[in-house]
Design a protein around this ligand. Structure first.
Ligand code: ADP
Length: 152
């Protein structure tokens, strides 16, 4: 393959592959989980970002930096629920299953975040609620590049 051909294989794949094709399983805790327990979950599950739900519906994101901030702020990690320190909807950058991998990667770069939750809208009593059904992280995107190179 020539350089141009390889470039075009990459571009085509990034545009045609969908979020649904590469998403991973999200690690989720409920809002009342203590900051302490959420930190333990982050270590045990070996992730950098945890998604937060209320009665199963997606409400927020908590990352390493949020935990560091709360620790140096001196909060009681055994008492304070994760909901107090998380970034909350609607201020969350999200993707849907049908979006392309290029869309997801663009959002990650433009907003300087490590991952985007894959969400699905559900209508409950005319309220707009969301289920979190996956996660696209920088690792998922890098894996696509590695897999594409294996196939060239
Ligand atoms: P880290 O804290 O490991 O550097 P991020 O760069 O992803 O991870 O997170 C930085 C900040 O952005 C944190 O406050 C976090 O809550 C928030 N954040 C993480 N993911 C998202 C997202 N998809 N949309 C909006 N904010 C996010």
């Amino acid at each position: 393959y020539s350089g141009k051909e390889i470039e075009s294989i990459f571009a085509q794949q990034l545009k045609s592959l969908k979020v649904a094709d590469i998403k991973s399983v999200p690690i989720v805790v409920e809002e009342q989980t203590t900051v302490y327990d959420a930190i333990v979950t982050m270590f045990l599950e070996n992730v950098g970002t945890i998604y937060v739900t209320s009665n199963g519906y997606f409400t927020g994101v908590v990352s390493r930096k949020d935990f560091l901030k709360s620790a140096i702020g001196g909060i009681d990690v055994n008492k304070i629920p994760v909901a107090v320190i998380m970034t909350r909807m609607p201020n969350i950058i999200t993707v849907t299953s049908e979006e392309s991998i290029l869309d997801a990667a663009t959002k990650i770069i433009e907003h300087e975040i490590d991952s985007v939750p894959v969400i699905e809208e559900v209508n409950e009593d005319d309220m707009k609620l969301y289920k979190v059904i996956g996660k696209i992280s920088k690792t998922n995107i890098v894996r696509v590049f590695v897999d594409l190179c294996k196939n060239i």
